[in-house]
Design a protein around this ligand. Structure first.
Ligand SMILES: NC(=O)c1ccc[n+]([C@@H]2O[C@H](COP(=O)([O-])OP(=O)(O)OC[C@H]3O[C@@H](n4cnc5c(N)ncnc54)[C@H](OP(=O)(O)O)[C@@H]3O)[C@@H](O)[C@H]2O)c1
Length: 404
């Protein structure tokens, strides 16, 4: 009989990954005793049907279960499960970034009130131990910036667009078939999933709670052949970057496609891999790369959390840094169908402008709040790609380009 009895919610991509990693690991004194799922008709072979239940209370009220692992794809129901588990003194592991990001202050309070831990490594960048490192190793560092590729499926799609010239729809389908994309792909390709992760990362890197609604996100759905051509002509790639950067007592936050040059570690991160770049006062930049999605990589992150719970591990939630959120100016490439859709007066400066027969673009500096207005007004008829590089902005505007 194992000391740690797990009640598992969800037996999809990640649930199965946890099951496989746990059942092939002999070092852990833990076993899954009940699995709560939704659909009674699904085939669960080769696992015995007796293990599956459909009423969450059967886990929540089972006094033998001391660890609840929540791996469902419904953030509302997940929050209910996690809240009730903590109230009952059951330690919890979750991989649900939307649920964690949207409820983090309350989840911290619940952990403190019931003196019961919640761990969520699998929620941020799959198999990369981001939260654990921020919580432990980087607790002594003064972090100035955390940025990176936080979404495996959009990176997979971008890789296919750039390397294989696949269409966006083909690449998305492939990402879904491989289990990288969320059930609702808008979460991935719209940049929502990486901003949930960024919100969690900000709490652990800077000690501040920022609700995901307060983080700007622009996804990859509007990337066109012209935007890709623009990158290829200049030996750049487009990557969907999540970024939290501080300057003095200000912090800027965003998720958006960026043109990246080959000096930047993000340039070389392909397919479902994620990359996290952590910059700090003492160690300067450090890079973590690994599989950001998928059954076994995420299953491993969840398993590592279960293992930590057996060693009484919990997060610290360091004191907050006195940072205010800024929406300062950035250099962007803005591509449009019709220049009349764009209020050019909102740009602080424009260094390059091209107006062709079917599309045009400009490169200029603009405050985030003004950019948001342009994007809202013009919606799908524009795309924006930020131009920031490794240390400074790539001066895309200084590179020559001919329109033969
Ligand atoms: N896929 C990844 O690579 C990945 C990576 C990191 C984090 N995550 C996160 O991990 C979580 C699970 O993702 P997934 O990809 O494994 O999802 P999935 O393959 O769609 O599986 C979802 C599972 O949840 C069950 N479920 C849904 N609502 C339920 C409810 N109310 N009560 C009980 N069970 C319920 C489903 O039951 P049925 O089997 O009966 O349909 C299914 O087994 C999500 O929060 C996701 O964001 C996923």
């Amino acid at each position: 009989m194992s000391k740690y009895k797990i009640g598992l919610f969800g037996f999809g991509c990640v649930g199965k990954g946890l099951y496989e990693t746990l059942t092939t690991n002999n070092d852990l004194d833990a076993e899954i005793v009940k699995i709560c799922v939704k659909n009674r008709d699904k085939d669960r072979s080769p696992i015995s049907k007796d293990k599956f239940i459909y009423d969450p209370e059967e886990i929540l009220n089972d006094e033998n279960i001391n660890i609840v692992v929540e791996l469902i794809d419904d953030a509302k129901a997940a929050f209910d499960i996690v809240k009730k588990s903590l109230e009952k003194g059951k330690a919890v592991v979750s991989a649900n970034k939307k649920m964690v990001a949207e409820n983090l202050p309350e989840l911290i309070e619940l952990q403190q009130k019931y003196n019961t831990p919640l761990l969520y490594e699998g929620a941020v960048c799959g198999s990369i131990p981001v939260i654990r490192n921020l919580n432990d190793y980087y607790a002594s560092e003064q972090i100035t910036e955390v940025k990176g590729i936080f979404n495996g499926s959009s990176n997979y799609i971008l890789t296919k667009l750039f390397q294989e010239g696949q269409s966006y729809a083909e690449a998305l389908k492939e990402a879904q078939d491989n289990g990288f994309a969320e059930t609702d792909p808008t979460l991935d390709v719209g940049g929502f999933d990486p901003k949930f992760k960024l919100s969690i990362v900000i709490q652990h890197a800077f000690g501040i709670a920022v609700h995901p609604e307060n983080i700007f996100n622009w996804g990859i759905q509007n990337i066109s052949d012209q935007d890709i051509e623009f990158a290829k002509e200049r030996d750049l790639k487009i990557k969907l970057v999540a970024k939290a950067s501080t300057i003095d007592d200000q912090i800027s936050l965003l998720v958006a496609p960026h043109y990246i040059d080959s000096d930047n570690p993000l340039y070389h991160v392909e397919n479902e891999f994620n990359c996290v770049l952590i910059n700090g006062k003492y160690a300067s930049e450090q890079t973590l790369i690994g599989k950001g999605a998928g059954s076994l990589p995420t299953g491993l992150a969840v398993l590592a959390d279960v293992a930590s719970l057996t060693k009484d591990y919990s997060y610290n939630y360091n004191e907050s840094r006195p940072l205010t959120i800024t929406e300062g100016a950035s250099e962007v490439y803005l591509r449009f169908d019709d220049v009349n859709d764009i209020d050019l007066s909102l740009f602080e400066s424009i260094s390059e402008k091209f107006i062709g027969q079917k599309h045009g673009y400009l490169i200029g500096k603009i405050e985030l709040s003004d950019l948001k207005n342009i994007l809202k007004e013009a919606d799908h008829k524009v795309n924006v790609v930020f131009t920031s590089g490794k240390d400074a902005e790539i001066e895309v505007s200084k590179l020559t380009y001919s329109y033969a």
